[in-house]
Design a protein around this ligand. Structure first.
Ligand code: CMX
Length: 136
């Protein structure tokens, strides 16, 4: 699938209001967007660092993926997202290689990206996201 870069690293936090000041005041990044992704049951906050972003994830529902993750594992790195040219082709390729898919086809994620996830059981315990910017 030849990813072009790490699009973002997702970090699960209990509270955006508590976590944003750390990334702004200690790390020195600027939060440029806060967006709720209803479908994923999260509120997100974004920071740019070079070509990559940090995406903070606050759960809006304890039964959502981030709510369950924090309940089980606590706050921390939740997923790594790779930028690819075509998510559907990348999914097909992964599936042909025996990888367990969470999404068989792309859906809409934050910032209007087409996104899909590979199951962490197939990717060495790291939830892996594939992202395609439809405007490029
Ligand atoms: N990273 C690594 N492992 C994870 C994980 C994560 N982020 N989330 C869950 N798991 C593991 C659990 O620890 C558990 O492992 P064990 O069986 O060894 O205990 C296993 O996966 C099953 O976990 P679960 O709590 O029972 O949760 P589900 O099976 O219901 O769902 C998953 C797990 C990965 C399929 C689900 O979280 C999912 O579909 N994730 C993709 C969507 C998502 O995470 N969206 C939020 C981000 C959205 C965005 O970036 O905009």
């Amino acid at each position: 699938m030849k990813p072009k870069k790490i699009e973002h690293i997702g970090i699960a936090v209990k509270s955006l209001d508590t976590a944003i000041p750390f990334f702004e005041n200690v790390i020195g990044l600027k939060c440029y967007a806060v967006e709720e992704v209803v479908d994923q049951k999260v509120k997100t906050a974004f920071f740019k660092v070079g070509e990559t972003k940090i995406e903070l994830l606050e759960s809006t529902d304890p039964e959502g993926p981030v709510g369950k993750f924090i309940e089980k594992k606590g706050e921390g790195v939740h997923h790594v997202a790779f930028a690819v040219d075509n998510v559907q082709e990348a999914l097909n390729e992964a599936s042909e290689n025996g990888v367990m898919l969470i999404d068989k086809q792309p859906r809409k994620g934050a910032e209007g990206l087409n996104i899909a996830f590979l199951h962490p059981k197939s990717s060495f315990g790291v939830l892996t996201e594939l992202c395609e910017n439809p405007n490029l």
